[in-house]
Design a protein around this ligand. Sequence first.
Ligand code: HAH
Length: 334
Amino acid sequence: MDVNQGEIPSLYRAFKNDFLIGAAVNPVTLNSQKEFIIKHFNSLTSENNMKFENLQPEEGNFTFDHADDLVSFARNHEMNVRGHTLVWHNQTPDWFFENKNGGITDRQTLLERMKSHIVTVMERYKGQINSWDVVNEAIADNGTQLLRDSKWKQIIGDDFIDKAFEFAHIADPGAELFYNDYNESDPEKREKIYKMTKGLIERGVPIHGIGLQAHWNLSNPSLDHIREAIERYASLGLRLHITEMDISVFSFEDKRTDLKAPTAEMAAEQTQRYKNLFKLLREYSDVISSVTFWGVADNYTWLDDFPVRGRKNWPLLFDRDLKPKQSFWEVVDL
Ligand code: HAH
């Protein structure tokens, strides 16, 4: 590493009056970039190690090692932790939805398993994990249907979301509870998320915030749509977190695989985009209290495998050598 990090300002300090600045980490990125992470971030999310399949791969057999490591690292360095995630249709093991014969289990059993998972996990980190993505991605992407057709919904029914929040609030009454989703700025999906979370509030379900994943690209969603989404969600009186931000250099439909580095045009657009986005987010720092990137630097990102397997992407503020990109300088200079 030939970058003199001493001459580089800290990312999170640049936003200390606005919001926390977080990164999603995994055991490899955390252990290999400790000093860098401590310097630039004051909040951490586990990319995968707090997901159901990792915390409870078999019934009653909890595996907390990696999650414990992250939480104690954060505590030692006075960093915030976002818990991600308790109830999700992905990365949840089959046993959870099955009965002894391998068939589909019943509502009562699933509710008990859900409660046991939420309570075990949240009690372990009480006072150490400040906010939890209690339910992730429960809204249907397209069409008129409100909720995604998941096993949670099929077996428990539409009130699985209410129950998840109720159990979470019992487990740790001090934790901020979030509903988290992607394509959150798309007007159609936004209205569904709004409607669902408004229903929770009206029924007295303990929800405190909405997580906007912010898996965005160079041109989508538009700044107007992002602004409208922030205002719409904030009108519910909920706190907002940007939970998984990255700016892909490819549009979702673009499946090209020929690039070894971003083109000059992509790099310039990304710089302008990050600048515009942080200007906008900062305008709303009274409702947005945390902005987390879904990764640390361009040396590793989940987008290297999504939506095109094995295709490199460069969506973050630091390059593959942990050097600040032009985007970083624009953002800290705002
Ligand atoms: C997110 N899904 C998940 O919340 C996170 O846990 C995972 O590590 C990566 C991304 C985003 C997503 C998407 O942008 C498009 C389709 C499905 C899921």
